[in-house]
Design a protein around this ligand. Structure first.
Ligand SMILES: [Zn+2]
Length: 164
């Protein structure tokens, strides 16, 4: 693969699904410009697309993503890790008009595309996985860690009682 292709991941959807193909990639954070300042990828994103058949009998792909994002907690302003493990199902059709909304929410219908941008789809999914206001489930009390050692929660609580 040429170096210039590293930030490109496109498939011909007819060809890909016609051959029943499957493809996996490890994508670095540099592939996802649209995450912007709000979040960044920790390590790399593992993405797999596999040919599947939709409940309507159409050729489609299932995109599976495993990743971790890091954003700023809106409560304590410290970094918060957001694990992402998700699947997207997409079926392809010659024209999208032919599909009524029949309640198959788990499936998006897109037109067949000779240069379908998988990377953009992965980024869309990551953006959707990002909460509007990321927060720790439970924020670490400020000053609860020192010298790289973690203070036991009970000790920290006792400290608070005495300190205030
Ligand atoms: Zn927090």
């Amino acid at each position: 693969m040429a170096t210039s292709d590293l930030r490109t991941w496109r498939i011909d959807t007819r060809d890909f699904t016609g051959r029943g193909r499957e493809e996996s990639r490890i994508l670095g954070g540099e592939c996802f410009d649209r995450l912007g300042e709000d979040a960044h990828v920790v390590g790399a994103v593992e993405a797999t697309i596999a040919t599947v058949r939709s409940p309507r009998g159409k050729a489609g792909i299932r995109l599976s993503i495993v990743a971790a994002l890091e954003a700023q907690c809106q409560r304590c302003m410290q970094p918060v890790r957001l694990p992402v493990a998700t699947e997207e199902n997409i079926e392809f059709a010659a024209t999208v008009d032919g599909f009524a909304d029949d309640g198959l929410d788990q499936w998006d219908t897109l037109e067949h595309d000779g240069r379908f941008d998988v990377l953009q789809l992965v980024e869309d999914v990551l953006l959707l996985a990002l909460p509007v206001a990321p927060k720790h489930e439970q924020c670490e009390p400020q000053g609860a860690t020192y010298a790289g050692e973690k203070v036991l929660p009970f000790a920290a609580l006792a400290g608070w009682k005495g300190g205030r």
